[in-house]
Design a protein around this ligand. Sequence first.
Ligand SMILES: COCCOc1ccc2cc1OCC(=O)N(C)CCCNCc1c[nH]c3ncnc(c13)N2
Length: 282
Amino acid sequence: ASVSSKPKTWNLSMFEIGKPLGKGKFGRVYLAKEKTSGFVCALKVLHKSEIQLGRVEKQVRREIEIQSHLAHPNVLRLYGHFHDIKRIFLILEFAGQGELYKHLCREERFPEAKAAQYIAQMASALKYLHKKHIMHRDIKPENILIGVYGEIKISDFGWSVHAPTNRRTTMCGTLDYLPPEMLSTWHDSYTDKVDLWSLGVLMYEFLVGVAPFEDSQALTKKRIVRAEYAVPSFVSSEAKDLIKKLLVLDPEERIALEEVERHPWIVKYCKSSRVPMGSCLK
Ligand SMILES: COCCOc1ccc2cc1OCC(=O)N(C)CCCNCc1c[nH]c3ncnc(c13)N2
């Protein structure tokens, strides 16, 4: 049984609401079950008042528009949405192992084998998004969920837009993941290559436990635009090589996603002899 993706009018009475899965900036997420099919999903509840207050209607509308047309094993599915007087409800795929950043906090950093599988799945998801001319622009551990089999699920497309675009959005939240071209003044437009830089920051944080440019806000900006970071000696040389090829100032010089998937550090840990898992074997 599955929540069919055929356009259908949904309403709250069709769902049994389960335990809360977490509280975000603009809403809470609950475990839910669609009554007729028994299909387990996640229901995100957004309050229209908060959205209007936060002036993020356009962003939420764009997020729903973009995410509802995506179908990839490493991208969290948005099956549908509905609203009542006060709230908007998103019917989402349930990610059984929750938020990746909680795993990262608990484990401090990931073993190279696990990090390589996550980066391979991220590369596969980004390849899929970029082919649809969508850049995520907000790749960071907080926006990544883990599925019931331990696979990566990218969520929260609030900042994603169709590439290329010019720099008009104000930034909020951490600067750690922003590429130099989004921070600089001489670039007023950028492409999906921004996600490659963020993939490099994510890979570094998986292996080291902190972001490469983490510092005071002023210093972080300075270090990003100079690509000034150091990799600790416990990181393998192959991993260091891939980080170096992603954290390149010139967006055009960054390693392509196809090359990420063929990089020795990825191939070493995503050999086809493994249990079929995510994109390692695609
Ligand atoms: C406008 O919003 C667009 C969609 O944003 C989200 C979709 C699904 C989400 C979380 C989303 O945004 C972030 C957020 O609300 N939190 C950080 C609080 C809850 C954290 N999730 C915990 C969680 C555990 N198992 C899950 N299975 C599916 N989705 C989940 C979760 N959360």
